[in-house]
Ligand binder design. Structure first.
Ligand code: SF4
Length: 333
């Protein structure tokens, strides 16, 4: 574990210092995970959301104008079969926050388990729900859940997400308590965010006792109140990835597509900085174009791109580490 002042210095690392930071992060990854990284297949199930985040084109104020979609359970199952056929056994069902997805999830989760004969990690990312709803989804077969804190600064959280941070943290605690493997995450370079607040983010990830943590540089998206704010720096996001890996070596840390959006080659550098997860997009093309995260010009990660990234970093694309002996059975070894 690094001290606050060591974290502060590492956040600003550049040149040779940054290379040393990344090398230490890779060493820690190697110790805990060897050369294996986890590959997820994501299906984006709806672009409708009740929340009004100032950085997101799918925010509530835009819902009426957006070309809205809800995937049917049949479509979700079709995409899940493609994920299985690609040798991936982590199925991420992700969407805007609306309880309207609950019925399709209740139908899809057992159906996906059947497609895989149970050998699947169903990972959800559909926002704040009640404890009873989380419990029901867990009982149906969901294994893990992503619920990012985005920023640990309660005032900034309220200003940008118009919600209560404490409520979000309550959801995380419920999920952990119910036996989910939980992922948090932060956005770096948010307008109004300080370096001290990012250090709080890093420390919060440790305090929460989560299993995964993502880092996304802030991307100003069209049709949002923050559309003309400056983009977050990739260098800062990469340094945070490396610090998280050094402080909490057991974490799954994705190299997110936002790194590629802000800087070509960014995802490859995410792996260099110690990340160990890649997410491949399996949403059907029509819905994918309507899923407006970062606007419709986002970078969409395909299987070939992920393979190249892993190969170039000398890493092996692997399966879920949260179920069975997943990390012992690597398809691409
Ligand atoms: S970031 Fe997530 S919760 Fe916020 S508006 Fe967009 S889809 Fe909804």
């Amino acid at each position: 574990m690094l001290t606050r002042s060591e974290i502060r210095a590492a956040l600003q690392a550049s040149g040779e210092q940054q290379q040393e930071l990344f090398a230490e992060a890779r060493r820690r990854r190697q110790e805990h995970f060897g050369r294996r990284i986890v590959v997820r297949g994501v299906i984006e199930i709806t672009n409708v959301c009740r929340v009004n985040c100032d950085y997101c084109p799918m925010r509530r104020d835009n819902v009426q104008d957006n070309d809205r979609f809800f995937m049917s359970s049949e479509n979700i199952q079709r995409c899940a079969r493609s994920i299985r056929d690609a040798g991936i056994n982590v199925v991420l069902l992700q969407g805007g926050e609306t309880t309207r997805v609950l019925s399709v999830l209740r139908e899809s989760i057992p159906a996906i388990r059947e497609i895989y004969d149970g050998d699947v990690e169903i990972l959800l990312n559909v926002g704040n729900l009640t404890r009873a709803q989380y419990k029901n989804l867990r009982e149906l077969g969901a294994v893990s859940y992503i619920i990012k804190h985005e920023t640990s600064d309660p005032e900034l959280f309220r200003a940008i997400r118009h919600e209560d941070l404490e409520q979000r943290l309550r959801c995380m605690r419920d999920l952990l308590d119910l036996g989910y493997r939980v992922g948090t995450g932060l956005i770096s370079g948010l307008p109004g965010q300080s370096i001290e607040s990012i250090i709080d983010d890093i420390e919060l990830a440790g305090e929460l006792g989560v299993h995964m943590c993502s880092v996304s540089p802030f991307v100003p998206a069209p049709d949002t109140p923050l559309s003309i704010a400056p983009a977050g720096s990739n260098e800062l996001a990469l340094n945070i990835i490396a610090i998280l890996r050094i402080c909490y070596p057991h974490l799954l840390i994705p190299s997110v597509s936002a790194l590629e959006k802000t800087d070509s080659g960014g995802q490859s550098r995410g792996l260099d900085a110690g990340a160990n997860v890649l997410t491949v997009n399996f949403t059907g093309e029509a819905d994918r174009d309507r899923y407006l995260i970062y606007g419709n010009k986002r970078f969409v990660v395909g299987l070939e791109h992920a393979r190249k990234l892993a190969d170039n970093a000398g890493l092996i694309m692997g399966r879920s580490i949260f179920i069975g002996d997943g990390d012992e059975r690597m398809r691409w070894e």
